[in-house]
Design a protein around this ligand. Sequence first.
Ligand code: TRP
Length: 436
Amino acid sequence: MTAQKLLRSLTGITTTGTPHLGNYVGAIRPAVRASRQPQTENFYFLADFHALIKCDEPARIQRSTLEIAASWLAAGLDPEKVTFYRQSDIPEIPELTWLLTCVTGKGILNRAHAYKAALDKNEAAGQDADFDVTAGLFMYPVLMAADILMFKAHRVPVGRDQVQHIEMARDIAQRFNHLYGEHLVLPEAAIDDNVALLPGLDGRKMSKSYDNTIPLFGPREQMRKQIMGIVTDSQAPGEPKDTEGSALFSIYRAFASEEETKSFAKAFADGIGWADAKQQLFERIDLEIGPMRERYQHLVEHPAEVQAILIAGAEKARTTAAPFLRDLRSAVGLRALGSTAKAENKNQQKDALPQFKQYREKDGRFYFKFAQANGQVLLQSTGFESPREAGQAVKRLQTEGFAALKELENVLEPITEASTLMITDALKRLLDETNP
Ligand code: TRP
């Protein structure tokens, strides 16, 4: 198949802090790498509406937005290739949030981990359950659902702590689609198990809340000093050292090649002194980060450049968001008084069913694809000699559904953007509708 961009990936970064090495290794670097893959269309945004839920210091929100944007750009994010924007520059997002709020069960929100944690904390402290809990915290998952659903994202790369939010976005989308027709794409969380969890200065996971972080783009000398401060034991130079459980070693591995990591392990076994090991770690990190630091410095000193990039990104994002929101407004009944709904009944549901399409290509062979009503391709066949063969395969999928999928594997192209879950959901819907 051609390099048509079928898979849309989207993720947000809350703008409340300064990026540290853990953010770089866990989120920024993998995202920048993923953004270079041609098959996906990537959306990255600064979740500054979300930041307001956690932070009431205007200067900090502003500064963090600048620092995070500058960090992503310095780390190699290419705003020409991706859509990079600030959430608060997209007025369609809060508007969609309201439409979604009206179909979201309060019970679902009651079960959100972050909200429940706040209640539990109050209970433990003998406070009123709602003490210091804003409606913003309660609504957090709906705003996040709007971020995702606004752009019909299929995949949402997040950390494990966010998986529940993606599930809630699916629930909310399903509910909306059930009421108003198949408008919203159900997203899935994409968790990358290969990214390193970076330990911090004290050996615990590097995290702002433990105050054990190394800022990503602090001055070079400051970074060196911080690395020298990583906690180690009291083993002397010459004594063989264990790599297992060594924060120093784990951080090194997150930056080095396999080869380099092996020789670092050998140095440990040979009794490298901690000061030497730390110096080597610093040099290895600086090899990667050093060249980006200059660009970062330039950007934070020229906020107008960053601003212009984000505004252009928001304009690009709004070319999708604005027309889609118009459709959604119309779907719920917020439309010109004289206009009639396009198809607001059983037919709409029918039209919205996923469909098989058979066709002939220039190569003379016969193909089929299975696509959602919104055009998202779920299955793409290889070329068949005759239309009859293509038809037979389609027939089997239509009647046997998922059961036929495995056996037809060798006549189907791998489509990374459609998960098995989506395909089975869609086949099942079709089966249910056609054989009631
Ligand atoms: N809640 C996410 C976090 O704290 C940030 C976020 C906001 C987000 N909106 C999003 C992530 C949409 C993915 C998609 O990490």
